[in-house]
Write a protein that binds this ligand. Structure first.
Ligand code: PEP
Ligand code: MG
Length: 874
């Protein structure tokens, strides 16, 4: 039997998301539940992937199948495409497996042409409405299918309003709209070179193709990268009989959530617009009414809707996000899906559903997106600073959190300024999906128009970015990059602050403080801890970071980068003295100054960790990073060291390397200057002896980690220095201190010879930053310059420095684990590259049997949750 590419809603069900996409599967499920869903069919995601495999054409057999389903839909509805009596009009919408709000394209009112619009005008007795539908259709079709920019059409509308002396679109008459439709068609012809298609079948094939194409538009690619959605999934296409929310004052359209997506409160939350079509609500052009008001306006439809909400929520056992249309008082459901929500709402909803007996703890752990937690863990406004600040205006509290940054007015500016190291708040009339990269880069987003379900609000909540939406009091001057609010003008670069929890806007920078977490967060984390197998450590170089990480649940330090301590103002002179030394004696003298400072750093860190494991990584970066570059600093250094400026410059020049990341760094430093390893060992061991004396009950076992080992003899050489130094100190002090010497695995050669290396190493920690750099041969500092081109050309889907490349780098990691444990079956293995806090990479680490992941303090809760999810999925 040949493959089936099209399914009627009545042929599908909710479990068919991979094939029918989320929207299609849920439309099928709602149809099966007997809910009022306009009839239609879904063209599968496999048709989309075939479209790409076939070189961006819809195969003839799929076209035939679509035609057969059009015929079925005509039979079911009693309407016909292009009919003079009862014409069929449809919507064509995208729907991928994972929801991608606003990322792909929708076309409404398809099937209209010059003849059909007259029929619709006559039959509805509402020519104004009919022509409005037609001009909308031409506009959407041109934009989506033919990529003729929306703005040309909007200009034509504005001209028409000016000519007629009216302000609102709704004041235009049927005749005006008819004239506009003609102008739109002319515009289409002038831009495309052919007539606007009048045959509904041609229109539909064009629309289906456009939806397939939209899977690979720029904003969809960016959204997928941010949300780990594979490009290979493709999108389905839903073709559905139109129902009209713009038929007059007994019609409308809206979106609603079964619980509040910002707070999680168990109460219907949403908004609707009377006499409007779907895109009017989401685009945020008119300000909608709240769902409660629907009760007064149309009680019967409201009651039906409330019943359906309850049924859907208990059916899906999760908060639902629904779209509906009321056509002449009759309710139709156009979509349901598990709703996007803020981190705070996600936690509350999960706990409430457990308490309501709807789901169990494991399901609660699985339903929270670990990345979402980020928002909870980030700074809030300092309460005192906030009290002193005076709001200059308020908007809707669309996505919580605090943001302080310089005002910018375009998404491109946001991206550029952030790349230059600025903090920005993106201020827009309204956002559109093209703005996604700028929105992701900004600290916060402020819009003039739009409600809680506007694009800005939905996308910001998904990203965990603070957003204040719909502040209508703003007088916006986008062209000149400034706005007026509260009687003052704010220009590009002026500081503003947003409170995404109250909607307040401030015309100044406001200090922020660390997040505090508790309540539901603690409950979910406790459940996560019950099920996870991986330990979660942190990368921390200071007692302060270590304490922060412990508050977030870190179970040890997986990476303490000792060089970070050397950069501090009181240490840098000593390290420079060491680098500029001419003899071993001079170097040892300089190191002697550093030793007590480093020892006290380690004591602070051991104290903060209270006996939990601490892994200390020996000096790693190339030494040129420590020497001055400014003339003044060079002169000062020369003076301090009693050398000439030229001598110092000669030393600095001698440190120059063509490939410093592959140069004199890592264990190579200890090989050339063993006295550095001696000093660091003394500091590690003396600190541990001291702290152990104070806290004899703590299980303090320092883990000394040698970086960038590629050959076992490197490790043997450095380890001997460490052991000789440490054992002598321990013996001398009479302490019973134990310690371990292990290595980072961050070179391909180390992975391949891990069985050898494990003979010496008492633990492994994968440094996947360097391992990614060395495996791809991509500089970790410069890859940003070409990665964008790689995403665009679909060579890579995500940044391999953020998300572990499982097919390549991951294979080396797996090999390293297997070879290492072949030599030393109980070898303790962790990961301390950036990937240790990335959920999909954490899952990989669980699957290949690592003992722990280590990540920055703020990502510890994310890793705990991701580890639990990995264990529960397994
Ligand atoms: C690594 O390379 O993954 C690592 C953790 O070390 P660093 O980032 O300090 O090079
Ligand atoms: Mg490294």
């Amino acid at each position: 039997m040949s493959k089936k590419y099209v399914y009627l809603f009545s042929e599908g069900n909710g479990s068919m998301k991979p094939l029918l996409g989320g929207k299609g599967a849920n439309l099928a499920e709602m149809t099966n539940l007997g809910m009022p869903v306009p009839r239609g069919f879904t063209i599968t995601t496999e048709a989309c992937t075939k479209y790409y495999d076939d070189g961006e054409v819809i195969a003839p057999e799929i076209q035939d199948e679509i035609m057969a389903y059009v015929a079925t839909l005509e039979k079911q509805t009693g309407k016909k495409f292009g009919d003079r009596e009862n014409p069929l009009l449809v919507s064509v919408r995208s729907g991928a497996r994972a929801s991608m709000p606003g990322m792909m394209d929708t076309i409404l009112n398809l099937g209209l042409n010059e003849d059909v619009v007259e029929v619709v005008a006559r039959k509805s007795n509402n020519p104004r409405w009919a022509w409005d539908c037609f001009r909308r259709f031409i506009q959407m079709y041109s934009d989506v299918v033919m990529e003729v920019g929306k703005k040309y059409f909007e200009e034509l509308i504005d001209e028409m309003k000016e000519k007629r002396g009216v302000k609102q679109d709704t004041e235009l008459t049927a005749e005006d709209l008819k004239e506009l439709a003609q102008q739109f068609k002319a515009e289409y012809k002038s831009k495309i070179g052919t007539d606007f298609p009048s045959d509904p079948i041609d229109q539909m094939m064009g629309a289906v193709k456009a939806v397939f194409r939209s899977w690979n538009n720029q904003r969809a690619i960016v959204y997928r990268r941010m949300n780990d959605i594979p490009g290979s999934w493709g999108t389905a296409v839903n073709v559905q009989e139109m129902v009209f929310g713009n038929l007059g004052d007994t019609s409308g359209t809206g979106v609603a959530f079964t619980r509040n997506p910002a707070t999680g409160e168990r109460k219907l939350f949403g908004e609707f617009l009377m006499n409007a079509q779907g895109e009017d609500v989401v685009a945020g052009i008119r300000t909608p009414q709240t769902i409660d008001q629907l009760k007064e306006v149309m009680p019967a439809a409201y009651n039906d809707f409330v019943k359906i909400c309850a049924t859907l929520e208990s059916h899906y056992r999760d908060m639902q996000d629904m779209e509906f249309t009321i056509e002449d008082k009759k309710l139709f459901m156009l979509q349901t899906r598990n709703g996007k929500r803020t981190a705070a709402a996600a936690l509350k909803i999960a706990c409430d559903l457990v308490d309501e007996g709807v789901i169990n703890e494991k399901e609660a752990v699985l339903m929270i997106d670990p990345k979402n937690l980020d928002a909870l863990l980030h700074p809030q406004f300092d309460a005192d600073a906030l009290k002193k600040a005076e709001p200059i205006g308020t908007g809707l509290a669309a996505s919580p959190g605090a943001a302080s940054g310089k005002a910018v007015f375009t998404a491109e500016d946001a991206k550029e300024w952030v790349q230059k190291g600025e903090k920005v708040v993106l201020v827009r009339l309204e956002t559109s999906p093209e703005d996604i990269e700028g929105m992701a880069a900004a600290q916060g987003i402020l819009t003039v128009r739009g409600g809680m379900t506007s694009h800005a609000a939905v996308v910001a909540r998904g990203m965990g970015t603070c957003c204040v939406a719909g502040c209508g009091a703003i007088k916006m001057d986008e062209e000149n990059k400034r706005f007026e609010l509260g009687g003052k003008t704010y220009k590009e670069g002026d500081w503003i602050s947003l409170d995404g929890s109250t909607g307040n806007i401030y015309g100044e920078a406001i200090k922020t403080t660390d997040a505090s977490i508790g309540g539901e967060f603690g409950r979910i984390m406790a459940w996560a801890d019950k099920y996870r197998k991986l330990n979660v450590r942190t990368n921390a170089d200071t007692p302060r970071d270590a304490r922060q990480a412990r508050k977030f649940g870190a179970e040890g330090i997986g990476l303490c980068r000792t060089e970070h301590m050397f950069f501090e103002a009181d240490r840098i002179p000593a390290i420079r003295e060491m680098i500029c030394a001419d003899t071993v004696e001079q170097r040892e003298k300089a190191l002697l100054k550093l030793e007590p400072m480093q020892q006290s750093d380690f004591e602070g860190i051991y104290e903060a960790m209270e006996g939990l494991p601490v892994t200390i990584r020996y000096l790693d970066p190339p030494l040129h990073e420590f020497v001055p570059t400014e003339e003044d600093d060079i002169a000062q250094l020369a003076k301090d060291l009693g050398k000439s400026v030229d001598d110092i410059k000669a030393i600095i020049a001698s440190l120059h390397e063509f490939n410093p990341m592959m140069g004199h760094r890592g264990c190579r430093l200890a090989v050339t200057y063993p006295e550095i390893a001696v000093m660091q060992t003394k500091a590690v061991i003396k600190a541990a002896i001291n702290v152990k004396k104070k806290h004899p009950d703590w299980a303090l076992v320092p883990e000394i980690m040698i970086p960038l080992v590629g050959e076992i003899k490197e490790l043997q050489y450095v380890k001997k220095i460490v052991v000789d130094t440490a054992d002598a100190l321990i013996k001398e002090s009479g302490s019973d201190l134990k310690y371990k010497v292990g290595t980072m695995i961050e070179l391909p050669r180390a992975c391949v010879t891990a069985d050898e290396i494990a003979k010496e190493a008492e633990f492994f920690s994968f440094g996947t930053n360097d391992l990614t750099q060395m495996t791809f041969g991509f500089s970790r500092d410069d890859a940003g310059k070409f990665l964008d081109a790689y995403y665009q050309k679909k060579i890579l889907e995500s940044d391999p420095f953020a998300r572990l490349d499982q097919a390549g780098v991951g294979k080396l990691v797996k090999m390293g684990v297997e070879l290492g444990r072949a030599t030393r079956p109980d070898l303790k293995i962790g990961i301390c590259g950036e990937h240790g806090g990335d959920p999909s990479s954490v899952e990989f680490c669980h699957n290949i049997g690592l003992n722990y992941v280590s990540c920055s303090p703020f990502r510890v809760p994310i890793a705990r949750l991701a580890a639990a999810q990995a264990a529960l999925k397994g």
